[in-house]
Design a protein around this ligand. Structure first.
Ligand code: SF4
Length: 327
């Protein structure tokens, strides 16, 4: 009974056939485009962390920016608690934008260096006209404590802080409007390994404390493994595999996922599988290969793969794979 009720709960975020195609100047009217995100569908349940992993250039950051409404998609739909985010009245759109926040890889590039930390944290509240001046200041002090700093940081500037402290401020700023859903775009990639674990643990604590839901984007398989409940693997603008984290890491099914996981050092993987080396670079998203877009690098390529594009099929509950080998 409980299981049935859980199944009926609608996910917090539902992404349906989302596309981001950038038109390119074509020759003689040809309609070429760069397919940064090419028809992805997934959902994120309340309170979970969905990891989104893939090589640089696979479209995962663009997908995150679309989910956080920093970009308007060229196709597809995004539902938040069942509401179609692309068809909202402007007042409702403004309300829901507060619920969805984005944490950048390097907060330094996304914040005004002329503002103090207090000014940076207060800014979202000022924009949305929330609280009196003294209430906003109290909220800033409280948030600094929540992210492991204190009010002595309020008058400082972002360039005076270490990389880890900057990322704490990036996270604090994203939390100022009390959102429910955070898109975390490579939040620890620019940090030393020792600092990475502090920030990851902070993110886990904050998720518990504030009942947050995360879309966690990273190229680092270890970090994604540590943070995620489920993982989506992206290649050339598409999801090629989607699974619970343990299932995915213990038995990857898509050849691309197998190659990514085999590249994790054996002592961290805890398994003796050999390394699968991928040949060549990821192709350009403006000139994707025919058939399966992975066929130019796949060690298991068949003739059919060059002609026919596989679809993301349900293999078993919670497990989807896009590969002819799984049919
Ligand atoms: Fe490799 Fe073919 Fe599967 Fe694509 S469909 S991943 S080319 S085996």
């Amino acid at each position: 009974m409980v299981f049935q009720l859980q199944r009926q709960v609608r996910p917090l975020v539902e992404i349906d056939q989302l596309q981001m195609h950038y038109p390119l100047g074509g020759v003689w009217g040809s309609k070429q485009s760069l397919k940064a995100v090419d028809g992805i569908s997934l959902h994120i349940r309340q309170g979970e962390t969905l990891g989104l992993v893939g090589e640089s250039g696979c479209g995962k950051s663009t997908a995150g920016q679309l989910a956080a409404r920093l970009l308007e998609p060229t196709g597809g739909r995004i539902f938040y608690k069942g509401e179609d985010l692309l068809r909202l009245r402007s007042d409702r759109d403004k309300q829901l934008r507060k619920q969805i926040q984005y944490v950048f890889q390097d907060p330094y590039t996304s914040m005004n260096p002329k503002h103090t930390i207090a000014g940076l944290l207060e800014e979202p509240l000022r924009i949305h006209r929330i609280g009196t001046r003294s209430e906003r200041k109290a909220h800033v002090r409280d948030m600094l404590e929540q992210i492991g700093l204190n009010e002595s940081y309020a008058p400082r500037y972002i360039h005076e802080l270490s990389g880890g402290q900057r990322q704490r401020i990036g996270i604090a700023r994203a939390l100022m409007l009390q959102p429910e859903f955070l898109v975390l775009d490579e939040p620890v990639s620019a940090l030393d390994v020792s600092v990475q674990s502090q920030i990851l643990n902070l993110l886990k604590d904050l998720q518990q404390r504030f009942s947050l839901t995360y879309l966690f984007i990273s190229h680092d398989l270890n970090v994604v493994h540590y943070m995620s409940d489920r993982v989506a693997v992206m290649y050339l603008g598409k999801i090629v595999e989607l699974a619970d984290v343990l299932d995915l890491y213990e038995s990857p099914l898509h050849p691309y996922t197998k190659a990514l996981i085999s590249a994790i050092p054996a002592e961290q993987r805890g398994q003796s599988r050999g390394r699968i080396k991928l040949q060549g670079e990821i192709p350009s998203a403006s000139n994707t290969p025919s058939g399966c877009s992975f066929h130019t690098r796949c060690p298991f390529v068949m003739e059919r793969c060059r002609q026919e594009e596989p679809t993301l099929k349900l293999i078993r509950p919670g497990r989807r794979v896009s590969c002819h080998l799984q049919e």
